[in-house]
Design a binder for this molecule. Structure first.
Ligand code: FES
Ligand code: FES
Length: 167
């Protein structure tokens, strides 16, 4: 077969996937090579998860899949078939991160806001497993999330403040 034809087939190949998105059933066609964060942003209009490094380093693209925070840039959209996906939009709508959102505002923990959704996703996971983390544990938890603006101090303050509100 013609090489160009094979390449075209690979690029345009699509798959049908169904999954739970922010608590609701969803079904979509998706190009098999599209990564999860691009699928969420470009196909579904869920633009809270950001695209920074596209190499699994910065944490801007963090989303939750089956309860675990993953890099949306390192996962293919087809891999969430049959799984549960939560984005920051969903966590915000459900109130799950309300305490963190309040604390981020109160402690001035964002400037440009580019890192903030990924940071909130990571902080939410931390507080789920440890409702009274030390500042060192907070720093350790967010070590995979890059922020170019704040110097991290205010972010650690905010997560510490939110942890005080955890049941
Ligand atoms: S864009 Fe995914 S980790 Fe940076
Ligand atoms: S607030 Fe700008 S990158 Fe974190």
């Amino acid at each position: 077969m013609d090489d160009a034809l094979i390449a075209t087939d690979i690029v345009t190949d699509v798959a049908e996937i169904s999954f739970i998105l922010n608590g609701r059933p969803a079904a979509h066609s998706v190009p098999v090579r599209r990564n999860l964060v691009d699928f969420l942003r470009q196909d579904l209009g869920l633009t809270a998860a950001h695209v920074g490094c596209e190499a699994g380093v910065c944490g801007a693209c963090n989303v939750r899949v089956d309860g675990a925070v993953v890099r949306g840039c390192l996962m293919l959209a087809v891999q969430v078939d049959g799984l549960e996906v939560d984005t920051i939009e969903g966590l915000s709508d459900s109130g799950e991160i309300a305490g963190l959102q309040r604390a981020f505002v109160a402690r001035n923990a964002m400037q440009c806001g580019f890192c903030t959704p990924g940071m909130l996703m990571t902080a939410c996971e931390l507080l789920k497993h440890n409702n009274c983390p030390s500042r060192e544990e907070i720093r350790d938890a967010i070590s995979g999330n890059y922020c170019r603006c704040t110097g991290y101090q205010a972010i650690v303050d905010a997560i510490e403040t939110a942890s005080g509100e955890q049941p």
